[in-house]
Design a protein. Structure first.
Length: 241
């Protein structure tokens, strides 16, 4: 992001201005978000909603600079461009945030929402002014560190030049530990063989069970010559700060 495009402003209103700007309403969970906001309004929680759909990006950016809260997406587990723009502009942002599935970057200063927590999380955010202000200032620092185009380019240069080849931010663990195929779907045999070759070459997290992966249809039993010989990662999730 070129952060000079975004005017950082924290309005500090007692009654927050809320922006929701869905590119695709079904993906963002807009209907459920709006129903929950209407429920909160009916219970006496004060706020001003600005729903932006089909408007130019520059208009959205201008509205974010004047907003207290931005609500991004309900059904996805990581934030998108709208969240990054809202953080750069001084909004407290509510969005999907599954750090167990997508751990990087660390310590994202967003207010996590999902269908089960949406009501409680929005009520807290809309009624807690100090929380909104804290998230707004933390959000700007976050984008300056992780999304500024100069910082990102410098990060890649430093890692290419200085870090040894065996230093990683994190090991991918979700597939081996947790992934289950949707009902009725099967992984083709050639993909099961490719997965087996990757596992045999690079290993698995120490607590991942290859027999369970076979049971889940990720690898065929015959593809693993010796399950006991698979390399193991002693530190399955090794994050840098």
């Amino acid at each position: 992001m070129k952060l000079s495009k975004y005017r950082f402003s924290v309005p500090r209103r007692d009654i927050p201005v809320v922006v929701h700007a869905p590119s695709h309403k079904s993906w963002k969970g807009t209907d459920e978000i709006l129903r929950t906001l209407e429920r909160l309004r009916g219970e006496g929680v004060p706020f001003e909603l600005r729903l932006l759909h089909g408007v130019p990006n520059q208009k959205v950016i201008a509205e974010l600079a004047d907003a207290d809260v931005a609500i991004d997406q309900l059904n996805l587990f990581i934030y998108g461009k709208f969240t990054a723009e809202a953080l750069a502009s001084g909004c407290a942002v509510a969005t999907g945030n599954r750090e167990d599935l997508e751990p990087m970057p660390l310590n994202r200063p967003v207010w996590a929402i999902n269908p089960a927590t949406l009501y409680d999380q929005l009520r807290r955010l809309l009624t807690d002014k100090e929380l909104r202000i804290r998230l707004a200032y933390e959000g700007r620092k976050y984008v300056e560190r992780y999304h500024d185009h100069v910082q990102v380019a410098q990060y890649f240069i430093e890692n290419l030049e200085q870090h040894p080849a065996n230093q990683y931010h994190f090991y991918p663990t979700f597939f081996s530990r947790h992934y289950r195929l949707p009902e009725g779907e099967r992984i083709p045999r050639y993909l099961q063989r490719m997965t087996a070759k990757i596992v045999q070459r690079w290993g698995l997290p120490e607590d991942a069970d290859p027999y369970d992966m076979v049971a889940r249809g990720l690898i065929a039993p015959a593809d693993l010559n010796s399950l006991l010989a698979i390399p193991r990662w002693k530190d399955p999730v090794r994050l840098t700060t």
